[in-house]
Design a protein around this ligand. Structure first.
Ligand SMILES: Nc1ncnc2c1ncn2[C@@H]1O[C@H](COP(=O)(O)OP(=O)(O)OP(=O)(O)O)[C@@H](O)[C@H]1O
Ligand SMILES: [Mg+2]
Length: 237
């Protein structure tokens, strides 16, 4: 059984239908990779789990409990962290201030402790903790966004396109960090990625989303080596 599962999930925005009959299973301490072309509904799937899209039908089970209809902050508090595709850090604030905001629901004494804990995991950020986020490099900013997601010690971490527009060396570094979070913290990670090849190389299970439906479900390697799908949707020949 997955720590996070969707059962015959249909969702979208208001009346707009985007996802159809999604059965996803994100297993504990695994990296579940979601790939697919632009507009397939990858972000919508994460939005739906986080409680910011409209569920039309189906269930979202977290630790066996249906979380459909719960408010966003409650879902976050239960241990599901979401690092959205855009607007995930405040450029005008320092690294430390960004982290403090990400921990706004915590007790004051806890916030300080968590900030040092999280900075300890990201040595790059520790050096720059008093710098404005807007002055960080692209890779550093992605690290900060992930660090913000970790402030509340989540069990599930959902990451939307954290490597987009990064140089290859930084893509590698960011994805290595994701692997480290799985292995060292035992986090359950849902990774939405356009750099499909790289993500599938580090992930465990994969889903290919096309036009709001699941076209493939299986091992990451299996999808990487799929004779048709890899070529059609992942640009792998
Ligand atoms: N807030 C919104 N309100 C209405 N429609 C939306 C909203 N966000 C996305 N959509 C629509 O939902 C569909 C799926 O979009 P989504 O952002 O989930 O795709 P995606 O797979 O994440 O694409 P990309 O790879 O470009 O990020 C698109 O047709 C999009 O126009
Ligand atoms: Mg998206």
């Amino acid at each position: 059984m997955g720590l996070l599962e969707t059962k015959s999930l249909y969702s979208g925005y208001g009346k707009l239908k985007v996802l159809f009959d999604i059965n996803l299973e994100a297993r504990e301490k695994e990296i579940t990779v979601i790939v697919g072309p632009n507009g397939a509904g990858k972000t919508t799937l994460l939005n739906t789990i986080a409680g910011v899209a409209t569920v039309h039908r189906g269930k979202i089970l977290y630790d066996g409990k249906n979380i459909v209809g719960l408010p966003t902050h409650k879902i976050a508090k239960m241990g599901i962290a979401y690092v959205p595709q855009t607007g995930n850090v405040f450029s005008e604030l320092t690294v430390r201030e960004n982290l403090r905001i990400a921990g706004y629901t915590l007790e004051k004494s806890e916030v300080m402790e968590r900030i040092s804990e999280v900075l300890g995991m990201f040595p790059v950020l520790e050096k720059f903790s008093e710098r404005k986020a807007g002055t960080l490099s692209g890779g550093e900013r992605r690290m900060l966004a992930i660090a913000m997601g970790l402030m509340r010690r989540p069990r599930v971490l959902m990451l939307d396109e954290i490597t987009t527009d990064l140089a290859p060396i930084l893509v590698k570094r960011v994805l290595e960090k994701v692997v480290e979070l799985r292995d060292n913290l035992g986090l359950t990670i849902i990774l939405v990625e356009q750099m499909a090849k790289r993500a599938l190389e580090i992930g465990d299970r994969a889903y290919l989303l096309v036009s709001g439906t699941i076209r493939f479900e299986g091992g990451c390697r299996e999808l990487l080596e799929h004779p048709e799908l890899a070529k059609l949707y992942l640009g792998i020949s």
